[in-house]
Write a protein that binds this ligand. Structure first.
Ligand SMILES: *[C@@H]1O[C@H](CO)[C@@H](O)[C@H](O)[C@H]1NC(C)=O
Length: 344
């Protein structure tokens, strides 16, 4: 891939230079938005006088075990794509690895207190429509989860010291990515999300990213817009997902005008009809997109109001975190990304 040519796969990020030349205005306002998010500090602080809870997020390990040890914590989340071929046997191999990281007994110093897993599109066994012929032939075979929680359109309340409880909900559905061997697919554009997540969840786990968040926005955003709307409705303290390997990372979310306008801005910049895509225009033409500039300034003004709110008025409102924990690096098959840790 040349530095100035578009990415060769929708899952591969364009080069920095490509983005800068074809999206100079978008790059500028994206930089300003993330700068203001980092100046604002942590969007959520654990309750005072209680022991903070460390949550370690991973996903997309695809039947491999990372070379580096997984960081220590209280909760371990695997947000799907445990395997490549999705057979019961390969899923069990990943479960067996995860089990080795659980506390052997409740008072033990080592290991995670709780481990939570959801399925990804590669984990075919979990969806009867995508199950392999081999697994269909032996329907009596079952997975051995031990004390790991598996969530599929279901929730669990986890207990911690100091009487803390976190409610976690998990959902695997994903806009279509491939053939029938992929699990839990629905046609892109269909609303598979509205009013599906309980109002009171603290942690939401999905395999698919919400639109415009850690979902490779530069390529038009592989996330789902209905999912984003549902996340806005519920406002979880932590939303953990994966699927889009190149979107790996963490983001602060404040559920305010700054965030809403930035999502609108990215939709305007990257969600384009085919005739206005990079391949059909000259470099730097974005500089003449006056409506995009105006929306960018609106977004920056909202971000500054948010900063002032946080610093001058103490900002009592709390936001949360979005985490794409994909361990697989971009379009390679190597586990080169690190797990992300969030403190709740
Ligand atoms: C599926 O993957 C597992 C783990 O990588 C491997 O042991 C198994 O042979 C694979 N099965 C098939 C049918 O490819």
């Amino acid at each position: 891939m040349g530095l100035l040519s578009p990415p060769d796969s929708p899952f591969a990020p364009p080069s920095f230079l490509f983005t800068l030349i074809y999206h100079p205005v978008t790059s500028l306002f994206t930089f300003i938005h993330y700068l203001s998010l980092s100046l604002r500090g942590a969007p959520y602080k654990p309750p005072k006088n209680k022991i903070p809870i460390r949550v370690v997020c991973l996903s997309d390990s695809h039947s491999k075990i990372p070379a580096k040890a997984i960081p220590r914590g209280d909760v371990l989340i695997h947000a799907g794509d445990l395997t490549n071929n999705g057979t019961l046997r390969s899923i069990q191999q990943t479960i067996d690895w995860l089990k080795t990281m659980q506390k052997p007994w409740p008072g033990s110093a080592d290991g995670f207190r709780h481990i939570i897993v959801i399925a990804g599109n590669h984990d075919s066994y979990f969806d009867e429509r995508s199950r392999s012929a081999q697994d269909t032939r032996y329907p009596k075979r079952k997975l051995d989860w031990g004390r790991i929680h598996y969530l599929q359109h279901s929730s669990v309340s986890l207990s911690f010291p100091d009487d803390r409880v976190l409610k976690v909900y998990g959902a695997p559905q994903i806009p279509k990515v491939g053939g029938k061997e992929h699990a839990f697919q629905y046609p892109r554009g269909q609303d598979a999300w509205s009013n599906t997540v309980p109002d009171d969840v603290d942690i939401l786990i999905t395999h698919n990213p919400p639109k415009w968040h850690l979902d490779l926005a530069q390529n038009g955003g592989m996330g789902d817009e209905h999912e984003l709307r549902e996340v806005w409705r519920v406002k979880p303290t932590l939303h953990a997902f994966g699927h889009v390997h190149s979107g790996h990372g963490s983001e602060s979310v404040w559920w305010d005008d700054g965030q809403r306008l930035f999502e609108e801005f990215l939709a305007k910049a990257y969600n384009k009809p085919a005739e206005t895509l990079e391949s059909h225009r000259l470099p730097l033409t974005e500089l003449f997109d006056i409506p995009l500039w105006l929306l960018g300034f609106k977004c920056t003004a909202a971000d500054i109001r948010g900063l002032l709110w946080t610093y001058l008025w103490g900002g009592a409102r709390q936001g949360g975190f979005m985490v794409n924990g994909a361990l697989t690096y971009r379009t390679t098959e190597k586990l080169r990304n690190n797990p992300r840790v969030v403190v709740l």
